[in-house]
Design a protein around this ligand. Structure first.
Ligand SMILES: [Ca+2]
Ligand SMILES: [Ca+2]
Length: 260
């Protein structure tokens, strides 16, 4: 959770970045303003914000959040604020995963992003009694599909484990021989035992290679070599036949010479 206010004294160091984003929102207030002071007060004097979500980190300009995580954004009033929540109209404007902008009214906004993208959330706070007192600001959210960089989509991890913290893909949750990453790649449920990967699955590439070699050898032995043998025999026959013809011609010439 992150909290920001103008005075900032109790803000955790890790939350400083997001505080910078909201820095122009918070200004000091009188603890007990008169009606006149109150009516003239600016709303930015009275509010702070929180963001709450399962996986989230921030820098000065944007927040990095995990796709599929449910995030709650909330406007907070400090104890010293002269306003009540009922004095304010709080409006959130945000983009959905389909790039449709929706507007939600209320102190809190809960939203789940499922797609990897950059999104802007605009928040507007208006004092009901003085609608010219308007404060607006925005926060940029970068939604990433794999927040913990374990090659498992965070949406998939949450679906089966409820969190992205339980597996990094190398474990085997259901102890069925398939790692959680393999279960994801195979499209199987990592929490339900599947048939253990046998020899065929483990050495499938080797089996395919051996099968190809066997096919080549069989073709060589039973098809190509016999054909070559037959061809050679035919060639031999032709050579012999040609030699016989030559012999016959020579003999014919000799007989003619003798008759002369
Ligand atoms: Ca992940
Ligand atoms: Ca498994």
């Amino acid at each position: 959770m992150m909290v920001m206010n103008k005075h900032g004294a109790i803000i955790p160091v890790a939350m400083i970045a997001i505080l910078v984003v909201w820095a122009n929102v918070a200004v000091c207030l009188h603890a007990t303003p008169s009606d006149e002071e109150r009516s003239a007060a600016h709303i930015e004097a009275a509010i702070s914000f929180t963001i709450d979500g399962p996986e989230y980190s921030s820098n000065q300009y944007s927040d990095l959040v995990s796709a599929g995580g449910e995030f709650t954004f909330k406007v907070d009033l400090p104890a010293s604020s002269p306003f009540n929540y009922t004095d304010l109209i709080i409006t959130w404007e945000l983009q959905t995963d389909w790039n449709v902008t929706v507007t939600v009214e209320g102190r809190t906004l809960t939203w789940m992003y499922t797609d990897e993208a950059n999104r802007l959330i605009n928040v507007t706070v208006t004092e009901k009694a003085n609608t010219s007192n308007i404060v607006s600001d925005q926060i940029q959210m970068e939604i990433v599909a794999d927040f913990d960089k374990d090659d498992l989509p965070d949406v998939w991890e949450r679906k089966y484990f409820g969190t992205i913290a339980d597996t990094d893909g190398t474990g085997d949750y259901d102890k069925d021989g398939w790692t959680d990453l393999e279960e994801f790649q195979n499209g199987t449920d990592p929490t339900i035992v599947n048939a253990k990967p046998g020899f065929l699955e483990t050495y499938s590439w080797l089996i395919i290679l051996i099968a190809i070699i066997i096919v080549v050898i069989v073709l060589l032995i039973f098809v190509i070599l016999p054909k070559m043998k037959v061809q050679r025999a035919e060639d031999e026959k032709k050579k012999i036949a040609a030699a016989v013809e030559v012999e016959k011609s020579l003999l014919g010439l000799d007989e003619l010479e003798e008759k002369k």
